[in-house]
Design a protein around this ligand. Sequence first.
Ligand code: ATP
Ligand code: MG
Length: 430
Amino acid sequence: MKQVLNFFRRKQAGPPAPRRIRDHHFGPDVLDASALKVIEVLNTNGFQAYLVGGCVRDALCAVKPKDFDVATDAPLETVSKLFRRSRIVGRRFPIVHVRLGRDLIEVSTFRQSISDKVVHDDRGMILRDSAFGTLQEDAFRRDFTVNALYYDPSSREIIDFVGGVDDIKAKKIRFIGDTKTRLAEDPVRILRAVRFSAKLGFSISADIMSSVKTAAKRLEAIPPARLFDEFLKLFLSGYAETVWRQLRETPLANALFPSCAPSSPLILAAMRNTDDRILNGASITPGFLVAVLLWDDFNARNDSREPEDDDPAFATLKSQQSYVAIPRRFGTFAREVWTIQERLLKRNVRSLDRLVTHKRFRAGYDFLCLQAESDESVRACADWWSEFQNADDSKRETLIAQLPKTSRKRNRGRNKRRAATQSSASTSTG
Ligand code: ATP
Ligand code: MG
């Protein structure tokens, strides 16, 4: 009875006031000039506006924010009119992209708590949301408590409705509201939980982890193109190895890439290598990870290929499209990396010069070296190529002389090529 009375008292008194926190430690990184400019323009036009989401979270964790989001009570059309270089984007969750100089600021209008303007499917998944509300309602529509913090530059306060500051201190990823409902509304949130946990070293709350299996299944309903965007964020942000270690412990790895073996040492090595490259400022392409993740599938198809079958690379990429859709240019990249493996293993003397100037030689060689980390049978070949690239002409002659006889002879015909394909495929999947 007492509980019921308290409930009604709370209802009458309205929602609890947010915590306003002043003694936070923001580095200068969070005070992004362009985002502050956007807020200032909105404020001078009589609107509320705050920094929100990842930038506030990251700044509190002493991590440099990747981008800046602003939440306001100004309608999207008004925001768009106030900034010359801006446009409304997004169908599911419309927002305004504002460009100032080289910066892109994402401005969203406060979202309302669930109403009839939010369109769900029959399993509770949100299909469209264009219902606008108050700052408080906006906070409760965000996914995790740590993502629902607002920073008001004029008062220098963090506004916290949901206990996000405490969860940042406790290093915890927790949903706002009921976990099952929030995952049903948007199953991609499970991938976001893994991503933020890997990025910040936070733990994921136990109730989220116990819903992983259902959420993984529900990813089937997500458009594959959206999952590709999420794939990029998961693996090309500098903490792919940690993300992959978490994904492969759950059904999520195979929900995204059904044909891969989650325990594959090649995949783990490639994730680590991607992180290192990002750290060192080297170039990265999603195509390389696509090649790694689908390598086993390509090999299996290549091994069992009959003359009348489709190109195995094409078949591999096609079978992936309904999960995480791979844009054509990255699929082509993966295919080129796969097909060059055979040539790198064979080292046909007559085409060595052409091979080293092939546009995928470097990526193909990197791929071979990654395989060599866990596959003894490829190691000698990878080492050979490492030496060959650094060798002068006379050393190259010596290296060529060391090659098995078959490589030094002219390649005579299709049967031979096929045999080599099969042997290279079986050595490299090993
Ligand atoms: P980062 O930019 O570092 O990837 P972020 O938290 O800023 O992290 P964004 O995708 O930029 O992530 O989203 C900005 C904010 O919008 C989030 O912090 C969160 O408050 C809200 N948000 C984004 N995606 C969702 C979602 N699927 N469900 C609910 N809220 C979301
Ligand atoms: Mg962001």
